[in-house]
Ligand binder design. Structure first.
Ligand code: NAD
Length: 341
């Protein structure tokens, strides 16, 4: 039995999720929906994804561009066992009524409010909580990156407090309208940033403060993280623990990866589709435990792709077709997770 998955919104996240779902032995993409007949719509058709019009009034535009449609988005929702909504922030909320009308469970992305959904999801941290949910939110790239790390540390040592500064990319490489182009912005200038409360949608009792910045970069976010642990440990032990996590890539010193540029180059050289880095990339030399319980590290988060395996796992979690361990293993194997291993 293959799970029939529809994808509404075929942009940065949607096209990656479509490829990742197609790679799973237990899933099939029944179609993708798009608003405009742009280059991504062309590519969807070239990749044999049935293409549906997300806005019925724009069907003509696809006809004029010579792009063949399989139907309208309502038909896609009706034909899907589950829909992954990868539309821009706020559009998912507008689509909720349509998913309810066809009784199709939906996954939303981190740009939607936590209040929209029954459960916010991270595979490593709270997989089982999504079973049977009608509306599930796969948390943002930054929250995913923090949650994977916190889940591993909390399980092993307990966590008293997290303090993280998120140095965020101004926009994705294709977002020509984003910035800043020559500035460094405290963003938001108020503290804490919204990221801490978002992490609390996954770990409700966690004590966490986050500070946000925006810089003229497009490749990744970079986090500077300090975690106060409950049990004492040392640097080597933490490095070993993190290196053992399948979605954490501890960058070995000898690789000479000094920033996001070389990290992305390594991903491209490794044959990763679109140069994607699905794992948190943690600089091995940065992992430092002071006084037995204060952990420090730097990690890069590839904003365009770290949520992709999480969406795949959320599909199985909602439909109850696998448990956490099984799903993560299946997703990892089908995608080829394990950069540098
Ligand atoms: P995007 O703009 O790259 O892609 C969105 C796609 O949806 C586009 O193809 C757009 O044409 C299409 N679309 C617009 N209106 C639509 C509608 N009404 N129905 C169907 N499709 C419609 O955006 P994205 O970066 O992929 O972001 C999607 C979601 O993922 C947002 O919630 C965002 O916050 C979240 N997210 C983005 C990133 C990132 O770095 N890009 C990371 C994690 C999560």
């Amino acid at each position: 039995m293959t799970i029939e998955v529809g994808i509404n919104g075929y942009g940065t996240i949607g096209k990656r999720v479509a490829d990742a779902v197609r790679a799973q032995p237990d899933m099939e993409v029944v179609g993708v929906a798009k608003t405009r007949p742009n280059f991504e719509a062309e590519q969807a058709v070239a990749n044999d994804f049935p293409l549906y019009a997300a806005v019925p009034e724009r069907v003509e535009q696809f006809d004029e561009a010579g792009i063949e449609l399989a139907g309208k988005v309502e038909e896609l929702v009706q034909n899907s066992e589950i829909v992954v909504d990868t539309t821009p922030s706020g559009i998912g909320a507008e689509n909720k009524a349509m998913y309810e009308e066809y009784d199709t469970p939906a996954l939303y992305q981190g740009g939607e409010d936590a209040e929209l959904v029954d459960v916010s999801f991270n595979a490593r941290a709270n997989f089982a909580e999504a079973e049977g949910a009608d509306h599930t939110r796969v948390v943002s790239c930054n929250t995913t990156g923090l949650s994977r790390l916190i889940a591993a540390l909390d399980e092993e040592y307990g966590v008293e407090k997290v303090r993280a500064t998120l140095v965020r990319r101004g926009g994705d490489p294709a977002q020509s309208s984003r910035g800043p182009i020559n500035d460094t912005l405290p963003d938001p200038v108020t503290i804490p940033s919204h990221h801490g409360p978002d992490v609390n949608t996954i770990f409700p009792d966690l004590d966490i403060d986050t500070l946000g910045m925006k810089v003229p970069a497009t490749l990744t976010h970079t986090h500077s993280v300090n975690v106060e642990l409950t049990d004492e440990t040392d640097t080597e032990e933490v490095r070993g623990l993190l290196a053992g996590e399948s979605r954490l890539f501890v960058i070995p010193e000898h690789m000479g990866i000094d920033g996001s540029g070389k990290l992305k180059e390594f991903a491209l050289d490794s044959g990763r589709p679109r140069g994607d880095v699905w794992e948190n990339a943690i600089w091995g030399e940065s992992i430092t435990v002071e006084g037995g319980d204060e952990l420090y590290l730097f990690q890069a988060i590839h904003q365009e792709s770290d949520v992709v395996p999480e969406n795949v796992d959320a599909i199985r979690a909602v439909l109850g077709t696998a448990d956490r361990r099984e799903s993560i293993e299946r997703t990892n194997e089908a995608l080829g997770m394990g950069l540098g291993r």
